[in-house]
Design a protein around this ligand. Structure first.
Ligand SMILES: [Zn+2]
Length: 203
């Protein structure tokens, strides 16, 4: 059993940690309207990871909230959302990158911080042999990506608020990789990236 995680992740920073089977993992949107790009891996075999496709297909809806079971690329339940005071989390928007910042906004945005770079920085720091090939499509906790009637995606103003949280129970030992999104060019962070708090507790 872990001693227990209780960390504040500063605005724009990555975070990585292990949540043991049966523990509850809580992410708190401390100041509100923060997008938290997150990936989950089997802690014992990181080739097994969260799968957006399997999760969406199994639950028959695109948003995540209480009761959602996050499935791996091998179809195994990894975590279940037990508590959610925000109410909606995105599965489709993916992570911002220098490339998407360039295409969506402007050429000179290329060198701004991005979630993809934060993910890669965390993988390099933790030195577990993981590379960009280990970055599948991620969850955006607290991020609001409504789908238009035509099937388009919009990055809309957030529906989260200061102090709202999402809490998951780990069904296997899980490696968690977070980019506390540094994006400044769309309303996913209300144009103002802010800190989050991550915590574990025994269930
Ligand atoms: Zn981002």
């Amino acid at each position: 059993m872990n001693a227990g995680i209780d960390s504040v992740v500063p605005a724009g920073e990555p975070w990585m940690g292990v949540v043991r089977r049966g523990e509850r993992f809580r992410i708190v949107d401390l100041e509100g309207n923060q997008a938290v790009d997150t990936l989950f891996y089997n802690a014992d075999d990181t080739h097994e990871h969260y799968s957006a496709q399997n999760t969406i297909q199994a639950q028959g809806r695109i948003y995540l909230t209480t009761g959602s079971v996050l499935l791996s690329n091998r179809g195994r339940p990894m975590l279940r959302i037990e508590d959610d005071t925000c109410g909606r989390h995105d599965t489709l928007g993916g992570a911002c990158s220098s490339e998407s910042n360039t295409v969506r906004y402007a050429l000179e945005k290329r060198y701004m911080h991005s979630c993809r770079d934060s993910f890669l920085l965390a993988l390099a720091r933790h030195d577990q042999g993981m590379t960009k090939r280990d970055l599948p499509s991620n969850i955006n906790f607290f991020m609001n990506v409504p789908v238009t009637p035509e099937g388009g995606l919009r990055f809309a103003d957030g529906i989260s608020a200061a102090g709202r949280h999402v809490e998951l129970v780990a069904l296997i030992d899980t490696l968690v990789l977070i980019s506390n999104c540094p994006q400044l060019n769309n309303p996913c962070n209300a144009y103002n990236p802010t800190p989050i708090r991550v915590m574990t507790r025994a269930s």
